[in-house]
Design a binder for this molecule. Structure first.
Ligand code: NAI
Length: 331
């Protein structure tokens, strides 16, 4: 029996999380879910969107899966997601981007992996006002954080039969911060003779990805670029409803979709649960439940290839629940 923390989140979170849970449970895997709430709704009662019991639950179970959580723009509390990543030192944000046959897209056979540094860069949250004149944000890049994330990217490549690691940066302008990320990448690359290494400036990276995504394999980058490039890459494979993610540290792992809480479509039972279902597939592999992970992956592939039951974002008419039912039917 695996004990796993489940944070449904808000917006479309509870809907897609419920679909994911039904699919995972239908594989027969033995999971005891510990459901804990986080997000804005808890502020009134606990004075924080991330009450201590959420962290306690993850620390106890070591593994969590979460739905998205809304963060106010330009004001209000600090992102729960960023706080979780920093507090639990989940330094890797691993985001595989892979095409399914049958998904409407201008691109085919996409198979990229984004490795995003998850604890520092402009997301360190070191920001202050300069009176009424302006505001300043510090871009923090440290050698230990660069070393562990780049090393993860190479190690992942070796273990997953990948051929090329590309470091994405803007070291021509930010010579010290991104310069350090690039320098460490070059040093680590020396240790992995079986994996090719290249580097790319982030603006050129966006253009090259749109023109020739097949040239890239595993891409490692600081936090902010990782956030942006992940959303860009989701567009290759059907959009944000599709791509999964894992926040991984030495002690804990929290699995979550790349997308946010999509408030415009929340509560309508139309969100695509694929991204969190694929996050659950990553989680099942992480805990050694390879057969159950494969079952879900095969079922997803079948549903997409048949193309009869698709959610609205993919041009279909199925509800979140109907889509989950179809996956379960094919398991
Ligand atoms: P978003 O990812 O929620 O939505 C962007 C677009 O993608 C919208 O058109 C939305 O309808 C669509 N979309 C996203 N997920 C979908 C799904 N599963 N099925 C169908 N369509 C989907 O990004 P946005 O609007 O920038 O952020 C909304 C809120 O989510 C913000 O408060 C943001 O801070 C938060 N957020 C939370 C994240 C997390 O909890 N990990 C990650 C990203 C954003």
């Amino acid at each position: 029996m695996h004990n796993i923390t489940l944070i449904p989140g808000d917006g479309i979170g509870p809907e897609v999380a419920a679909a994911m849970k039904r699919v995972v449970d239908s594989t027969g895997v033995q999971i005891q879910w510990e459901v804990v709430e986080a997000g804005e709704a808890l502020i009134e009662k606990y004075g924080t969107p991330l009450p201590e019991y959420v962290l306690d639950s993850i620390k106890k179970n070591k593994i969590a899966i979460k739905g998205p959580i809304t963060t106010p723009v330009g004001k209000g509390f600090k992102s729960v997601n960023v706080t979780l990543r920093q507090t639990l030192d989940l330094y890797v944000n691993l985001r595989p981007v892979k095409s399914f046959k049958g998904i409407p897209s201008r691109y085919e056979n996409i198979d990229l992996v984004i490795v995003r540094e998850n604890t520092e860069d402009l997301y360190a949250g070191i920001e202050h006002k300069i009176g009424d004149y302006g505001a300043e944000s510090i871009k923090l890049i440290t050698r230990p954080a660069c070393e562990r994330i780049v090393d993860f990217a190479f190690d992942y490549s070796v273990k997953n039969d990948r051929k090329l690691v590309t470091t994405v940066h803007k070291a021509n302008i930010m010579k010290l911060t991104d310069g350090l990320f690039l320098q460490v990448s070059k040093e680590i690359a020396e240790k992995y003779s079986s994996i090719d290494f290249s580097d790319l400036i982030v603006d050129a990276c966006c253009m090259n990805l749109v023109m020739t995504p097949e040239k890239y394999d595993v891409m490692v980058m600081p936090n902010l670029y990782g956030d942006i490039v992940s959303d860009l890459c989701s567009g290759f494979v059907g959009g944000l409803g599709m791509i999964p993610g894992a926040n991984i540290g030495k002690e804990y792992a929290v699995f979550e979709a790349v997308h946010g809480s999509a408030p415009q479509i929340a509560g309508k039972n139309i969100a695509n649960p694929t991204a969190i279902i694929q996050s659950a597939v990553m989680m099942l592999r992480h805990i050694g439940e390879y057969e159950c992970a494969e079952k879900i992956e095969k079922s997803l592939a079948k549903v997409f290839e048949e193309g009869k039951v698709l959610t609205v974002d993919l041009g279909g008419t199925a509800t979140t629940e109907e889509f989950a039912d179809e996956i379960i039917k094919n398991l």
